[in-house]
Write a protein that binds this ligand. Structure first.
Ligand SMILES: [Zn+2]
Length: 481
């Protein structure tokens, strides 16, 4: 790898580049999905290639190749330089980059069982057993069991003198069940929608999910939902379980603090942000107890690494402190535009894509009370779990979410089951009405593998740590117009 890197960086320097890096990547990916007892999808994918990024004056260029040899390396550098020279002619603002320290480093996901050493038969057996356990009666019309494992190796070299090697292993699995009585259709998922829960870990993470044990419970809930009352429309107290709050954090905080969106440099998939830079360090985003952090160092997070794809060390960046907006997700290029240093959030999906500002792991920091206390101190409210539908505008301001299941909270206790719960609001009003966050006992990481951004689209994996939290004066159900 080092020889190809040396060739690329020498070629780039000779061509007059002010900065250049090469990212060599190698990916193995396995996906399994079982539907109603049948293996519906079994996919194994490997690829290898490299991407070269160069800066000439104020123009960026990028080129990638699926073959790794001397000729391809030289040809990619030349193509990237041509793109950079063309970019320079249309660029209006100068490029100022956060300084980089030269490092030599390596990183590997901490794991016990390499998922690629687990026989396929073993994985199929587990998924088949779990899927079969969903079929508790004739109302179950679809049972799904899913698993994904990936291993990505990445070698990064830059003209700043960095040589960084990182290996990331991501695993996860989940169940989904659809019930029907001929009149209504309901759905439940475990541990969450979007194919389950995912982490940077070994196969032991999948075993700990204990899919077989949880299957009958979600199937039972899916059947009960068929005859449950619809969630009543009201302005009231909402308690959100982490499975849904993770998506709320993702959409209303994570995407809203991507500095390239904020600066108007990126609007492709999907939009800009209402959290403009005049709001930094003064805007009340949430209540006093709301602390949100971007943390690329969280063990097991899908947005965890040692260095980002700019070669910047991973760190912990406060986004919202005591309710005030205090930070953004940034890169070497975007951070200096607000007088800061890069927060290390540049990530590319695969060797074939250019890095862009992405979420790392965005957490809602845990509160003081237990989840039981949070519910016990609620006289009246609705408790919701599980992602079902989501919609947010292209400034990340106004949203509506639907959940899989809800329960009434009455006099501090969980009561009747409700179907089709939805809630809506605006981002600041929602977070400003947060008056209770459960403690670290309830706090856990929710890993999503389907965060899309950019054109061409890059689908990246991110995690959100959160516990259950309570929000007052929320429009629950569809507001009357
Ligand atoms: Zn996303």
């Amino acid at each position: 790898m080092k020889e190809w890197a040396k060739l690329a960086l020498t070629e780039a320097t000779q061509a007059g580049c002010d900065y250049a890096d090469i990212r060599i990547g190698q990916l193995a990916n396995e996906e399994i999905r079982i539907k109603n007892g049948i293996v519906e999808h079994l996919h194994h994918h490997t690829d290898r290639g490299f991407g070269v990024r160069v800066l000439i004056g104020d123009g960026w260029g990028f080129a990638s190749r699926p073959q790794l040899d001397d000729n391809e390396v030289v040809s990619a550098v030349r193509e990237a330089c041509e793109v950079a020279l063309a970019s320079q002619t249309v660029r209006r603002e100068p490029v100022n980059l956060t300084e980089l320290e030269a490092v030599e480093a390596s990183y590997q996901t901490q794991l016990t069982i390499d998922p690629f050493n687990v026989p396929l038969e073993h994985k199929l057996f587990l998924l088949k057993r779990a899927e079969a356990a969903l079929h508790i009666n004739e109302h179950i019309v679809v049972g799904l069991a899913m698993m994904k494992c990936s291993k990505e190796k990445k070698w990064f070299y830059s003209t700043a003198g960095s040589a960084i090697e990182q290996e990331t292993v991501i695993v996860g699995a989940g169940l989904q069940v659809i019930s029907s009585d001929g009149k209504d259709v309901q759905v439940r998922s475990y541990p969450n929608t979007f194919s389950g829960n995912y982490a940077q870990a070994g196969y032991e993470f999948i075993e700990l999910l204990d899919l077989v044990q949880h299957a009958p419970r979600i199937a039972e809930e899916a059947v009960q939902l068929l005859t449950a009352e619809p969630c009543p429309t009201q302005v009231g107290t909402l308690i959100l379980h982490g499975s849904q709050l993770a998506l709320q954090i993702h959409e209303s905080c994570g995407h809203a603090v991507e500095l390239d969106r904020v600066l108007g440099e990126e609007a492709g998939y999907a939009g800009k942000s209402f959290l403009t830079i005049d709001k930094l360090d003064c805007y009340r985003y949430g209540s006093e107890i709301v602390n949100l952090t971007a943390d690329a160092t969280t063990a097991g997070g899908l947005g965890t690494y040692l260095y980002d794809d700019d070669g910047v060390p991973a760190g912990r960046v406060p986004l919202v402190e005591k309710g005030i907006l205090v930070g953004y997700l940034s890169s070497r290029e975007t951070a200096p535009q607000i007088g800061r240093k890069s927060g290390g959030a540049m990530r590319a999906v695969g060797w074939q894509n250019v890095p862009i500002v992405r979420m790392t792991n965005i957490h809602l920091e845990p509160g003081q009370m237990s989840k039981e206390e949070l519910i016990a101190t609620t006289d009246e409210g609705i408790y919701m779990e599980g992602i079902k539908s989501w919609s947010i505008d292209d400034r990340r301001y106004q949203f509506q979410f639907g959940c899989e299941i809800a329960w009434e909270i009455k006099n501090g206790k969980r009561g009747r089951l409700f179907k089709n719960p939805v809630y809506q609001g605006t981002t600041p009003a929602f977070w400003q009405n947060c008056d209770g966050i459960a403690d670290e006992q309830d706090w856990m990481l929710w890993g999503f593998i389907n965060c899309g951004k950019g054109e061409p689209m890059q689908m990246i994996a991110v995690s959100h740590g959160t516990s259950t939290a309570r929000f007052r004066n929320i429009q629950i159900g569809v507001a009357e117009q």
